[in-house]
Design a protein around this ligand. Structure first.
Ligand SMILES: Cc1cc2nc3c(=O)[nH]c(=O)nc-3n(C[C@H](O)[C@H](O)[C@H](O)COP(=O)(O)OP(=O)(O)OC[C@H]3O[C@@H](n4cnc5c(N)ncnc54)[C@H](O)[C@@H]3O)c2cc1C
Ligand code: SF4
Ligand code: SF4
Length: 461
């Protein structure tokens, strides 16, 4: 191994996604995952540990330049995969559709497939527990709205349905998996599944016990500040927010009209379409974790099965929600094929190009955009990616969009922090409206000022 790295170097270089794998492996007390000033989870604790360069950390941190990349991992995990594609990786089959059985689809963010696969693995006796993300019971005391936990019954698995665009981390559940014998499945975004696969290579207990990995396609990780911004913009006190729903399902609206709902301690519910929020355009990159700038896995290429939203017509207009699914494990492929036969799943086979099209924007950002960002000067640890630096291919217009997104991500964190310290939300959302309007004009209207002003007025209301 040529260059060892420490947690401190990964964090300082803006490459820490906050997965918690390093904390799970720490052998000293008081090492924890905590929120930083921007509402992102980061490892903290004993400085000797934090500054220690080690082989184990260098091999298992998903953003370490010396760790195996997604191609290496997938070659090893799925050597007999039927298909291989530059964006989707190795896989057996891909599908579009939704769950037909019970109310999985209604309860899910998309077509309900993640919860169905996790439940089916349990019903078939293939696992004893599922590590997934649920709402915490008392977020105001707990300090977090969501966390990982291990579900051990079907009812518990089903209670975890829905996407949470909120920082979560694996340290606690990895410790439990190491301590409590059993067969587990882990649900996670691509970089978290990569962290799990890297750890499985190094730790025989984790390898033996984590039997299945269920990956979510991923655009980027938001910070915890997104929830506070919802509250500010919906005019409710942040310290009264008890529950957060990022995507309230409404069959009368297209699936891509995300509707955020907050439930307060007194039972009052308030909601707003993301489109009417200053920071609600996903593509603009508000509150994005800086590590996401250096990510090249959109579809969880190292997961046994991965799931996304079918963001192409006619599916994106169907408010009931539709999944795209990429299957890599032959065992899971058999479960899925059986359930299609029994009409429990309504899925039809698609090819890799279809899957790519459903995530076209994500791939632009993580291929062409990443290649461009890799040509910029960067302090600290240099990420090693599967994409080569390239500033020649993107057009001027695309470069401007990548730059704008990058600055919106970085500055949304800083401006929010400043406005929060002063308790003056208007400082933040005045800035956010201007930033969103500029992004809107650039991304959707070839930079026309008229469209930027129009969008700014819409957001002002
Ligand atoms: C941060 C993030 C970004 C995403 N970006 C995209 C994207 O760009 N394109 C796209 O097509 N899809 C994206 N997804 C996936 C999408 O939101 C749906 O999760 C996916 O389509 C599965 O829907 P479902 O109805 O099958 O899942 P459900 O049946 O609703 O189950 C969702 C499962 O995911 C778990 N979960 C929820 N939040 C998290 C989390 N933060 N980390 C780990 N597990 C979690 C839940 O506990 C549950 O097990 C993203 C998800 C997340 C969490
Ligand atoms: S990305 Fe994960 S393993 Fe790497 S430093 Fe951050 S928390 Fe630790
Ligand atoms: S974009 Fe990549 S690095 Fe960022 S949260 Fe998603 S998978 Fe992780």
């Amino acid at each position: 191994m040529s260059a060892l790295v420490s947690p401190q170097e990964i964090v300082r270089s803006g490459l820490c996604i906050g997965c918690g794998s390093c904390v799970a492996q720490a052998k000293v007390p008081d090492v924890q995952m905590n929120f930083d000033d921007y509402g992102q989870l980061k490892p903290t604790g004993d400085s000797a540990w934090f500054n220690q360069r080690s082989v184990s950390f260098t091999q298992t941190c998903p953003f370490s330049p010396e760790a195996k990349n997604e191609d290496d991992l997938a070659d090893h995990l799925y050597p007999t995969a039927e298909q291989q594609h530059p964006s989707i990786g190795r896989f057996e089959k891909a599908y579009v559709g939704h769950v037909g059985e019970a109310d999985f689809r209604l309860q899910g963010s998309s077509g309900g497939m993640v919860t169905w696969v996790a439940t089916e693995l349990m019903r078939q006796g293939l696992i004893d527990g599922v590590a997934h993300v649920i709402a915490t019971e008392d977020p105001q005391t707990n300090g977090r709205y969501f966390k990982y936990r291990i579900a051990r019954t079907e009812a518990e698995v089903r209670a975890g349905a829905k996407s949470r665009y909120y920082p979560i981390e694996l340290s606690e559940i990895l410790k439990i998996i190491r301590e409590v014998p059993g067969r587990y499945a882990v649900v996670g975004i691509p970089c978290f599944i990569k962290a799990v696969q890297l750890l499985r290579r190094e730790d025989p207990v984790i390898r033996e016990r984590i039997k299945f990995t269920l990956g979510l396609f991923c655009g980027h990780m938001k910070s915890a500040r997104f929830v506070e911004s919802f509250a500010w913009q919906m005019n409710v006190p942040v310290n009264q927010v008890e529950q957060v729903e990022y995507r309230l399902k409404d069959h009368n609206h297209p699936a891509n009209w995300y509707n955020a709902q907050l439930t307060l301690r007194n039972g009052q519910k308030v909601n707003r379409l993301w489109w009417h929020l200053a920071d609600g355009d996903w593509g603009a990159g508000f509150y994005m974790n800086s590590a996401c700038n250096y990510c090249d896995d959109v579809v969880a290429e190292t997961a046994d099965i991965s799931f996304g939203d079918a963001w192409v017509e006619p599916y994106s207009s169907d408010g009931k929600g539709t999944n795209v699914v990429v299957v890599r494990s032959p065992v899971i492929e058999q479960l899925v094929a059986n359930a299609i036969q029994e009409n429990r799943l309504e899925l039809k086979a698609v090819d890799a190009e279809f899957v790519h099209q459903t995530q076209a924007a994500g791939f632009r950002q993580r291929r062409e955009g990443l290649a461009y960002r890799l040509t910029w000067q960067k302090k600290g640890v240099k990420p090693r990616k599967r994409v080569a630096p390239d500033a020649k291919t993107p057009t001027r217009q695309r470069k401007l969009i990548y730059r704008t997104r990058y600055y919106i991500s970085a500055w949304s964190n800083r401006v929010f922090k400043f406005a929060r310290q002063l308790q003056k939300p208007q400082i933040y959302y005045r800035w956010a409206r201007v930033a969103a309007a500029i992004y809107h004009g650039l991304a959707y209207h070839q930079g026309k000022f008229k469209e930027m002003f129009k969008r700014h007025s819409e957001l002002k209301g």
